[in-house]
Design a protein around this ligand. Structure first.
Ligand code: ZN
Length: 218
């Protein structure tokens, strides 16, 4: 029997995955949130994730993925690599962790299958595509097929934010009653400043642009 009343959310504690968590809570009887510890320079990210799960009454699991940092050092995990101030003209920013979404989704799929769960929710979006190949819809569909074949199972990778931008993501969180939780409790900033962030890094700029646009018509 397939369990369609439960779901697993890939959860970083940022704006997007928190919005997905709010979305999942409305749709499913039980939601599991899974975060990954890959040596993020800002361990605060995991603290934020935990606080949000506590607030929302969601079971939270943190998986050790330190291997990822060993494989693909980047500015989010290494003190000696500075975060880019602006997005580069071409290709992903240096905060990009090669293969991260594929690795995370694969582990979450195993986590889900063990519990008889098929539905996996991730906050990836093609709209704010900053050169991250593993945020593309075509990749998610491809991985979904691969995971189904790998485990002989009917996973359903669901991407509520795939075709919406940051402004619409704010709107979605608001409609789900979680505007303040997203605004105050999430961490998106590459420099590790919670809530509205440092205001300088590309993640903060993108977040603020969307927030300002949404607030101007709220
Ligand atoms: Zn920032």
């Amino acid at each position: 029997m397939k369990n369609k009343s439960e779901a697993v959310v890939v959860f970083s504690g940022g704006q997007d995955s928190t919005t997905c968590l709010l979305w999942a809570i409305k749709k499913y009887n039980k939601v599991y949130a899974v975060s990954f510890d890959y040596g993020q320079r800002h361990a605060l990210e995991l603290t934020c994730a935990k606080e949000i799960c506590d607030r929302l009454g969601v079971e939270h699991t943190i998986m050790d993925m330190s291997l990822l940092n060993q494989l693909a050092p980047n500015s989010l995990t290494r003190d000696d690599i500075q975060v880019d101030k602006d997005a580069p003209e071409e290709g992903p920013p240096n905060s990009f962790v090669e293969g991260r979404n594929m690795v995370f989704l694969t582990f979450v799929a195993i986590f889900a299958k063990v519990r008889g769960i098929t539905d996996i929710i991730t906050g990836v979006s093609q709209s704010d595509f900053s050169g991250y190949p593993d945020c593309r819809d075509v990749f998610i569909k491809s991985l979904n097929t691969t995971l189904n074949l790998a485990m002989d199972y009917d996973f359903d990778i669901i991407t509520p934010l795939m075709w919406i931008d940051k402004e619409e993501t704010w709107e979605m969180a608001d409609k789900l009653g979680g505007f303040d939780i997203v605004r105050e409790m999430t961490l998106t900033c590459y420099n590790g400043v919670k809530g509205d962030g440092c205001g300088e890094c590309p993640a903060c700029k993108l977040r603020k642009k969307g927030l300002d646009a949404y607030l101007s018509r709220r």
